[in-house]
Design a protein around this ligand. Structure first.
Ligand code: SF4
Ligand code: SF4
Length: 94
């Protein structure tokens, strides 16, 4: 899972706004409080967080952070692919 969803039960007032807002159906109600479902995949859109007036929801990005070196290498590769001309078609049009 790329994003971890947490609901602070003490803060949750059971309004169910997050259930309606989440397009992947991440939440269900248990004992009058919202709870994230482990089997659902969060997209990290933070819509649930924005509709929660109690600020009970936190979304944590659990993806591995790439180093600056990795990012610059990926950018260089991307530039090379952009500059690539398919065989049989030269950059000068011949
Ligand atoms: S929007 Fe917030 S307060 Fe409302 S049910 Fe969801 S977590 Fe609880
Ligand atoms: S961040 Fe988006 S996908 Fe994830 S639980 Fe909230 S509304 Fe659903």
């Amino acid at each position: 899972m790329a994003f971890k969803v947490n609901v602070e039960r003490d803060k949750c007032n059971g309004c169910e706004e997050c259930l309606e807002a989440c397009t992947v159906g991440m939440f269900r109600m248990t004992d009058g409080k919202a709870a994230p479902l482990a089997e659902r995949e969060c997209m990290g859109c933070e819509t649930c967080k924005s509709v929660c007036d109690e600020e009970a929801i936190t979304i944590t990005d659990t993806r591995v952070a790439l180093s600056a070196t990795c990012m610059s290498l990926l950018a260089a590769l991307d530039d090379e692919e952009t500059a690539y001309e398919p065989q049989g078609r030269r950059a000068d049009g011949r």
